[in-house]
Unconditional design. Structure first.
Length: 591
RNA sequence: GGCCCCAUCGUCUAGUCUGGUCCAGGACACCAGGUUUUCAUCCUGGUAACGCGGGUUCGAAUCCCGCUGGGGUCACCA
């Protein structure tokens, strides 16, 4: 309201810092960002601002707020105004978010109490708000009575209410402030849903200031949006029923009503809400299905690579804890323990928060893309006639519009997200880009891998080139090059039987000559290695597979690996020859 | 339960405002072939939807009504 250019488009995302950023919240933030960005792309003033709604003192935390800022920044959803934040991604192009060019802050509601109090005072003096002294118990009783009569509970100022007396009493007694709802229906104009009218008898005299002196959400949001010059409120449909309250408040305070756009909600594929508890539920079900009921059994089930870290987490759990958790549906385990349980059972937990998707190895650009498609659609075609659905943030900034937001709720399909992620990794980036992304991921989520990457840069590039074509997420990339991470190769019996012991001549018989051929290779890099193996097969008059598979088993222990040229290059000459020697000498008949 | 919102393949959706070009198109998933030294990729083909019932109209996925179904919301949480 200070130096806001007229004709501005100002949107905001206003999370409550009570936990990580939920994927649904990320979609809301994305749409708000995109709408402002579109205005800017058209040469108008567009701003996306971030405000932290921390009026619930018990549940809010500064840690959570920071985490949300970081998640948003990671996704590339940068805010123009709001808490300051610098993305210190080691890569080029560090971005600074936030700031307060129009002087409309602070952006933490807990720091805006005088502002709310001033507006509260206006309302009080105008008789549009009034103190109420009902205790929680009394309110509960009133609700119960209403329920018994099968009508919904609507709080109204009692008849004969003495405003002056109440004000006097409020000076010394704990109380809340309620808004005197005007006796008329309220029609909300929504950009997505159209006009929606709410009858007066459905909206009660809601609380606008809590007994602790903090404003409620309804009051703070209305005051802040108005004072911060917000022109468009984009939020989830769960807020539609709140909107008439906000409109009434705006009228009482003399504020303009912003444009509203309520967007459809996102659910799990089974129709349930996407909730943090889903992870706990999934872990619990897996433990039950595996019929495990001791911590020791869980630790035993841990793969060697996670023995240390996850093992330690699990040891902090007692059998009694475990059984209590298993028996009680309501009971939840701490986040890290759930993760450790999942590791033990090789279970992929459902991702809920942005941080989960990040840990699972999804690319921010892909998440943005997929999220945008949930409830919005560009309605455009590709040149080949298929629907356009792969795009980036820049595209959104250019084409996003409220009129293409859908009305119906959608289900979050991780399969499609995964397909998008795999497609981007495999076809939408170079080996170099992948090497960089993968390393950044490892540094945050896989210490061992990051350390290995740091040992040899050239080797890391080879690893990236080997893994990329068969990678769906940054987290699963490791599996395709696992044979290079360790010398502890175990031979897969089925593969050995099929490719080493069967056939005329059998693979094992071919290996010694192949070993010699490999030893002759001068330039130890993918193409020459590949060529040498092909030449060897030809000289022996055997098919490529006849030579390739035995070699693959000698190198990796299995019949599956990246193309041999790159696999051998990755492992290195010495190790390759050592593994060949070991395979040749190994007694495969006993395993 | 009151109020409010919504309704196209299993899922995300195009098409609905401006009825006919839609015996409904795309994507993911799935199924069947093919390419490939393994895996992955890639290519080709296929299965699959307008919730139901009434209207209006020459004609309805598209407009209207009802039903059914799904969702949201009814806090001193946001």
């Amino acid at each position: 309201m200070h130096s806001t250019p007229t004709g501005s488009t100002i949107t905001r995302f206003a999370p409550s810092p009570t936990g990580h950023l939920h994927i649904g919240g990320a979609r809301t933030a994305l749409f708000c960002w995109a709408f402002a960005a579109r205005a800017r792309a058209e040469g108008r003033d567009g701003r996306f601002l971030l405000r932290i709604e921390d009026t619930d003192r018990a549940r809010s935390s500064e840690d959570a707020a920071r985490g949300i800022l970081e998640d948003l920044a990671w996704l590339g959803i940068n805010w123009d105004e709001g808490p300051g934040f610098r993305t210190n991604l080691d890569r080029e192009g560090a971005v600074t978010c936030g700031g307060d060019p129009r002087d409309v802050g602070p952006f933490y509601q807990s720091q805006r109490r005088e502002i709310y109090d001033a507006h509260l005072q206006t309302l009080l003096e105008a008789g549009l708000a009034y103190p109420a002294f009902d205790t929680p118990e009394q309110l509960a009783a009133m609700r119960k009575a209403a329920e018994a009569e099968k009508r919904s509970f609507i709080y109204r100022r009692p008849p004969g209410y003495d405003h002056a007396a109440a004000l006097a009493r409020a000076a010394s007694e704990p109380h809340v402030l309620r808004f005197k709802m005007p006796p008329e229906p309220i029609t909300v104009r929504d950009e997505v849903l159209g006009e929606v009218t709410f009858p007066y008898d459905q909206i009660d005299d809601f609380v606008i200031r809590k007994a602790d002196g903090f404003p409620t959400y309804h009051f703070a949001v209305v005051v802040d949006d108005a004072l911060m010059g917000v022109t468009h409120v984009l939020r989830g449909q769960e807020h539609l029923n709140n909107t008439p309250k906000h409109v009434a408040l705006q009228r009482a305070l003399g504020f303009d009503t912003p444009a509203y756009a309520h967007m459809p909600l996102i659910f799990n594929t089974d129709g349930t809400k996407m909730s943090k508890r889903d992870k706990d539920k999934a872990a619990k079900k897996a433990v039950r299905d595996a019929k495990i009921d001791t911590v020791a059994a869980l630790i035993d089930a841990l793969p060697p690579t996670s023995r240390d870290r996850e093992g330690a987490v699990l040891r902090s759990l007692t059998d009694a804890d475990l059984i209590a958790w298993l028996k009680n549906k309501q009971r939840q385990l701490p986040r890290d323990q759930v993760a450790a349980v999942a590791a033990a059972l090789d279970l992929r937990l459902p991702e809920i928060d942005v941080e989960d998707f990040r840990a699972s190895g999804y690319l921010p650009g892909v998440i943005i893309n997929y999220l945008a498609l949930l409830g919005w659609n560009p309605g455009m075609k590709n040149e080949d006639g298929t629907d356009l659905e792969r795009f980036d943030a820049a595209f959104l900034a250019e084409h996003f519009s409220l009129d293409r937001i859908g009305k119906s709720n959608s289900k979050f399909d991780r399969e499609k997200l995964l397909a998008f992620n795999a497609d981007t990794i495999q076809h939408g980036m170079t080996d170099e880009e992948f090497a960089t992304e993968w390393l950044a991921w490892a540094e945050r989520f896989d210490d061992q891998l990051a350390a290995w990457a740091g040992e040899d840069e050239a080797r890391w590039r080879l690893a990236a080139a080997a893994a990329r074509p068969r990678t769906k997420t940054l987290a699963d990339a490791r599996a395709s090059i696992a044979f290079a991470l360790t010398d502890a190769i175990t031979y897969d019996p089925k593969s050995v039987k099929k490719h080493l012991l069967k056939g005329e001549p059998n693979g094992l018989a071919i290996l010694p000559d192949l070993r010699d051929a490999v030893a002759q290779i001068e330039d130890w890099s993918p193409e020459p290695i590949e060529a040498a193996i092909a030449a060897f097969a030809e000289s022996k008059g055997i098919g490529m597979g006849k030579a390739a598979q035995p070699l693959r088993i000698a190198l990796t222990g299995t019949a599956v690996s990246p193309p041999l040229g790159i696999s051998l290059a990755l492992v290195g000459r010495d190790t390759t020859l050592a593994r060949l020697d070991r395979c040749i000498a190994h007694d495969h008949t006993t395993g």
